[in-house]
Design a protein around this ligand. Structure first.
Ligand SMILES: [Mg+2]
Length: 373
């Protein structure tokens, strides 16, 4: 099997422009070919360390697949986790596995001449409910403008990534104008338990759908359990969880929404295991997606959502580059995905990877890294 790795920088363009223009302009794709072909995507984490992910693929997964005949994505995921377990089955390792694993599903779908959703169990619906995931904006007025534009576009549910120091004020302003809009808040792990309890109390009067990753560190399951017992607002987490055992602990902490990321955990096979696990705990799954302008891993999630039970899927408010992809069709808060990932390979040269340091000022880093006068 042939494996090709593509490092790209697809510019992150929103109206108004956000603070994360450079930080979200980093994409890593894989194409596998064996008669037919399939595409996959690894989510390179916020720090933009693309070389670490791509070298796991180039140095190990690519030669491994060239020498061994493996057609089962499930088998591939399991074998690669075992081969690399001493490097840690999380982060860079499972991220690198993800793109290759999902590309095998793409190839399988073409080989069998069936849409991805058929491989995943068959369509039970024709469209998927999504919410508009906002990047961070530097000014509250920009957030309000982005809300206006998103409402016009058809979103009735949004999620904010403003800094912990400005989020209360931002939500207050949005609520004054928009009574019906559904709002979730993503904190990206800034608080200790007491601050998180205090925040959940203060924000509860604005009728929030969920608070996402309120605690640092995100895998402090015992503090999370204490928080879910008292928080008046539902708690969501899961985008920084990797193993089935970790997800189990997260589910046992009493969270209301589980948010696995298919491009971080190891691909479709692992995602299916986690869906089953969540349903045994009666917890809703609301998958994480980096809301940049890259739809590759998202197309796999949307096709899974056509076949399986999911509450809602994270979705960008920025448009995808149509010269590069056959893109999902968004209408009134729902999305119809393409049946498989299609990429105009010749157009990839328009988005060469731009090598620079990328530090995502999310969570409370903005308050810590920028000196205020
Ligand atoms: Mg998040």
């Amino acid at each position: 099997m042939k494996v090709n790795v593509f490092s790209l920088s697809i510019p992150f363009i929103t109206n108004p422009p956000s603070d994360w223009i450079d930080q979200w302009a980093v994409q890593l794709y894989v194409k596998v070919e064996d008669g037919e072909f399939g595409w996959g995507e690894t989510l390179v984490a916020g720090s933009g360390i693309i070389g670490a992910y791509s070298s796991v693929i180039s140095e190990l997964i690519k030669p491994f697949l060239e020498e061994n005949e493996i057609n089962s994505p499930y088998e591939l995921e399991n074998l690669l986790e075992k081969i690399m377990f001493s490097a840690g089955n999380c982060g860079v390792v499972t991220g690198a596995i993800s793109s290759v694993e999902m590309a095998l599903w793409g190839l399988k779908s073409r080989r069998m001449k069936v849409p991805l959703a058929e491989l995943f169990g068959g369509k039970s619906k024709s469209v998927v409910k999504v919410y508009g995931s906002f990047p961070r904006f530097s000014k509250i007025e920009d957030v309000i403008k982005a809300v206006e534009i998103s409402k016009e576009k058809g979103f009735d549910f949004i999620k904010l990534h403003q800094s912990p120091s400005t989020i209360l004020e931002t939500v207050k302003k949005i609520r004054e104008k928009y009574k019906e809009l559904k709002i979730a808040i993503d904190l990206n792990s800034p608080f200790d338990l007491n601050k998180a309890k205090d925040f959940s109390e203060k924000i509860s009067k604005y009728e929030i759908e969920w608070i996402e990753e309120p605690l640092w560190p995100p895998n402090d399951y015992s503090s999370l359990e204490k928080l879910t017992k008292v928080s008046p607002v539902p708690i969501a987490a899961g985008e920084n969880e990797y193993t089935v055992y970790g997800f189990k602990k997260l589910l046992e902490s009493g969270i209301s929404y589980l948010q696995p990321d298919i491009a971080k955990i190891g691909g479709v096979s692992k995602f299916l295991k986690i869906l089953e696990l969540a349903s045994s705990y009666n917890v809703k799954v609301a998958p994480h997606d980096r809301p940049d302008r890259s739809p590759v891993s998202l197309i796999y999630v949307l096709n899974l959502a056509l076949a399986r039970e999911m509450e809602i899927v994270e979705y960008p408010i920025a448009d995808f580059p149509e010269d590069l992809f056959s893109v999902p069709v968004f209408k009134n808060g729902y999305v119809k995905p393409p049946e498989n990932v299609e990429i105009n390979e010749e157009a990839l040269v328009k988005y060469p990877y731009i090598n620079k340091i990328r530090i995502l000022h999310f969570s409370d880093l903005e308050d810590k890294l920028i000196k205020h006068d």
